[in-house]
Design a protein around this ligand. Structure first.
Ligand code: GDP
Ligand code: MN
Length: 409
């Protein structure tokens, strides 16, 4: 669960990390007013819960009010990686000498947190990690003791920083770790942490918390809450809760486990394992799944209808595969749920393949709406759905024609 930049910056400022002065704006007028209040130049920054905003055109430096207006007009309403920009952060521009990367995350191999510092901050830290891992100083932290002062200093020193700035960067590392630990972070990241020119005015620092003479300032801030700790951090969980897109919001309303993917075969199943296996098989047989959707146990028509509508409404879905294993939930109940759902939808709007297996599968197949294509084997169902997605206008929907020809597995 990722916070937006402005929310993360508020947390960082509370933790004593210097951040530039900023104001949030939800309209072009508000953006111009904010820039006037802060003083120019400013950075105009899209507030979305994804990285790479700079590369996507979601961050712009503006020298005057006209430029602020133009940037806000362009950025508000744009979509970055599927996320609609509904607000921009207007922030006192920072004049940087160097851009660092500072981050805290879990090192999965070591099974403990790690603090990272690199001189190669700015944009793509993943590329740095892949191509020049030595450019990132890594300091494993024992959570029982927290970060020791010498560890924070060593990370800054090993990143190749000048002696006179090591202390300030180390303070940021310590504050970031303590915040990460206190607030149940999964990741806490500053990229870039800007080092300003020793003589110059480094741009605004947040009132109170930041040292006036500080030479480091967090120009970006990422804080992701550990999902499993959401109950311990209700305020942060509420801030992070806005779902990423319309489909995820609808799925959350019904309590479905849903992830939108990039393919064309819509998938509905009961049980996470079955749905994962379905995604794998679609992939193996040359198709591409459009989503993960586990509707869980139970098969009442409302739930099934909500799931089907969700998947049918996704424009990238060309065909739908309903893969059901009847355990406690009987297949004939699921089949009735599907039929009732289709009645409310006036029949399937896209080619739909159903595979029922397990308890009462035969009874379920017998009652299924003939507008559906029924397959008995997992593989045949996946093949049929891939073929239908490839060839949407010309699809066979006659269940009887194929039922019986396919082997059971
Ligand atoms: P991201 O691309 O989503 O990580 O967004 P960032 O907030 O990191 O902004 C992208 C880049 O814009 C940063 O790496 C900086 O180089 C630059 N940038 C952002 N804010 C400022 C600023 O106030 N002053 C300057 N000079 N550059 C900035
Ligand atoms: Mn960044």
């Amino acid at each position: 669960m990722r916070l937006q930049e402005h929310q993360s910056k508020a947390l960082f400022a509370e933790a004593g990390i210097p951040v530039p002065d900023s104001l949030l704006a939800e309209s072009v007028e508000e953006a111009v007013a904010a820039a006037t209040e802060l003083g120019l130049p400013v950075a105009v920054k899209a507030q979305v819960r994804v990285g790479g905003r700079g590369k996507a055109g979601g961050v712009e430096l503006a020298k005057d009010r006209t430029a602020v207006r133009a940037a806000a007009e362009r950025i508000l309403g744009m979509t970055i990686d599927g996320h609609l920009v509904e607000s921009v952060l207007i922030e006192a521009a920072v004049d940087a000498e160097t851009e660092l990367y500072v981050g805290i995350t879990i090192d999965r191999e070591a099974g403990q947190p790690v603090a990272m510092v690199s001189r190669e901050g700015g944009v793509d830290i993943e590329t740095v990690a892949d191509e020049r891992p030595a450019a990132i100083a890594r300091e494993p932290i024992d959570p029982a003791f927290g970060v020791h002062g010498y560890q924070a200093r060593r990370a800054a020193y090993e990143a190749g920083l000048d002696r006179e700035i090591v202390g300030e960067v180390a303070s940021v590392v310590t504050a970031l770790y303590e915040l990460w630990d206190d607030r149940d972070g999964r990741e806490a990241e500053i990229n870039p942490l800007m080092i300003t020119d020793p003589g110059g005015d480094g741009g605004g620092t947040d009132d109170g918390s930041a040292d006036e003479d500080s030479r480091v300032v967090a120009a970006d801030a990422v804080f992701s809450l550990d999902d499993a700790a959401a109950y311990r951090q209700p305020a942060l969980a509420a801030q992070a809760a806005e779902p990423a897109d319309e489909f995820e919001a609808r799925a959350a309303e019904h309590g479905f486990d849903y992830v939108r993917l990039e393919g064309t075969v819509g998938v509905i199943g009961n049980g996470a394992g079955l749905v994962m296996a379905t995604l794998d098989l679609i992939d193996q047989l040359g198709g591409a799944p459009a989503n993960f959707l586990d509707i869980g146990g139970g098969a009442d028509a409302d739930r099934v209808a909500a799931a089907m509508e969700l998947v049918y409404d996704d424009q990238s879905v060309e065909a739908v595969l309903f893969n059901v294993f009847g355990g406690i939930t009987r297949c004939d109940e699921v089949a009735r749920g599907i039929n009732d759902a289709l009645a409310t939808l006036d029949g399937p709007p896209k080619p739909t393949v159903v595979r029922l297996a397990g308890t009462n599968a035969a009874a379920g197949r017998d009652v299924l709406d003939p507008a559906l294509r029924v397959e008995r084997s997992f593989e045949a169902a996946v093949e049929a759905a891939i073929a239908a997605a490839r060839d949407t206008p010309d699809v066979e929907t006659d269940g009887d024609a194929t039922d019986g020809e396919v082997s059971d597995r």
